[in-house]
Design a protein around this ligand. Structure first.
Ligand code: ATP
Ligand code: MG
Length: 359
């Protein structure tokens, strides 16, 4: 059992609060991704769990044991870094064997375990080579092997794929996910790449400036973002946002356009929002684009530019001076002027002041 629990974990560097009261309850065997922009405190959080940084406040439990005062080597975790730092003068075999030799594992057992890990990672043919005779992906697999071979309770990985080229990264992403499930080792994986996070994680913990924004399944952080930051950070192209005022008639006035809300949503805003200033959000994937004013409540938009992506097209439209991005099929016939719809079941509403979702 290696549940990992963080309680109000806080770490400061001088004035900077790198990790701010971070609480997470990570289940045994779970694959959790810490996701956030550069400087959001992901590496710092991971290093605290590994024991490489001392938190200023908070508790860290690994497998129900409080580990705050334990040395890194006594925490039963293995960390894989972005730069895999293999020992250049050692062969792949020796690199893999090294952690076991340090732990005084008998020679015969070392041989067996190296073979087993090499098999698992499909690097058996490479055991006699030196790191510089390997491709980036092969080196990365050896680095993973070196972490796996100790059979730790927890894997901690800090952007382990970011040095690989795009194609290999996509391949290794799937390999790593499969391996994690096969080994059943609780894994905390740091990345700033949302695609990596969404495709690999059981749950994603989204950080901004050291503060946890949402901890949920990939589906939920996409469909039910808890605040403006998450709605803007997850998904590509990013969510369209419009500052609006809720009028007495229950209409959202965005200046360039008005949006009629159903009564139940008006009620929710009135109950939950700190004022009548709200932010309307809609993903480009959910904006419907029409060539004519086919029905009521459509918003007039001018064509601004078109960004073809092969299987889909990003249509950049302007409503007044506001840019709206919409995804359309490549077959869609672009006109100078369009009518767009934000289907009510797809919109997000946020409190402008707090950024929190109202839905
Ligand atoms: N050793 C340090 N001394 C001083 N400040 C630090 C130190 N390590 C990190 N910081 C600061 O703490 C904040 C969080 O840094 P951290 O490295 O955890 O971010 P990150 O989310 O891993 O970013 P990236 O995606 O760029 O790796 C940043 O503002 C950073 O400048
Ligand atoms: Mg980092």
């Amino acid at each position: 059992m290696a549940r990992v629990v963080l309680k109000d974990l806080t770490k400061c560097f001088g004035e900077v609060v790198a990790v701010n009261r971070l609480s997470l309850d990570i289940k045994d065997k779970e694959f959790v991704v810490l996701l956030g922009p550069s400087g959001s405190g992901k590496t710092t959080a991971l290093r605290c769990i590994a024991g490489l940084e001392t938190p200023d406040e908070g508790e860290i439990y690994i497998g129900d044991r409080l580990v705050n005062d334990l040395e890194p080597k006594d925490r039963d975790v293995a960390m894989v870094f972005q730069s895999y730092a293999l020992y250049p003068h050692m062969t792949v075999f020796e690199n893999l064997a090294f952690p076991l030799e340090c732990a005084k594992v008998p020679r015969e057992e070392i041989k067996e375990r190296v073979q087993r890990v090499a098999e698992l990672l499909q690097i058996r043919d490479l055991l006699d080579r030196k790191p510089k005779q390997l491709s980036g992906g092969q080196q990365q697999r050896v680095a993973l092997g070196r972490a796996i071979i100790r059979e730790p309770k927890v894997f901690l990985m800090d952007e382990p794929l970011s040095n690989l080229d795009a194609k290999l990264r996509v391949y290794m992403r799937a390999e790593l996910k499969r391996l994690q499930k096969e080994l059943g080792v609780t894994t905390i994986y740091v990345t700033h790449d949302q695609v990596e996070a969404m495709t690999m994680a059981d749950r994603v913990a989204i950080l901004d400036r050291g503060v946890l924004q949402q901890f949920d399944s990939p589906d939920r952080v996409y469909a039910k973002p808890s605040n403006i930051f998450v709605a803007g950070f997850i998904g590509s192209p990013p969510t369209n946002f419009f500052d609006c005022t809720l009028t007495d008639e229950g209409v959202l006035d965005a200046g360039e356009f008005k949006y009629s809300l159903p009564r139940d949503l008006v009620k929710i805003i009135k109950e939950k929002a700190t004022s009548n200033e709200v932010v309307l959000g809609i993903r480009p994937q959910h904006v419907k684009v029409y060539r004519r004013k086919e029905k009521e409540n459509l918003i007039k938009a001018r064509h601004y530019t078109t960004e073809p992506l092969g299987e889909m097209v990003i249509l950049d439209l302007k409503v007044g001076e506001t840019l709206v991005k919409a995804i359309v099929d490549p077959e869609f016939k672009v006109e100078k002027e369009h009518w767009i719809e934000f289907p009510v079941e797809k919109i997000y509403l946020f409190d402008k002041k707090t950024g929190t979702s109202l839905l």
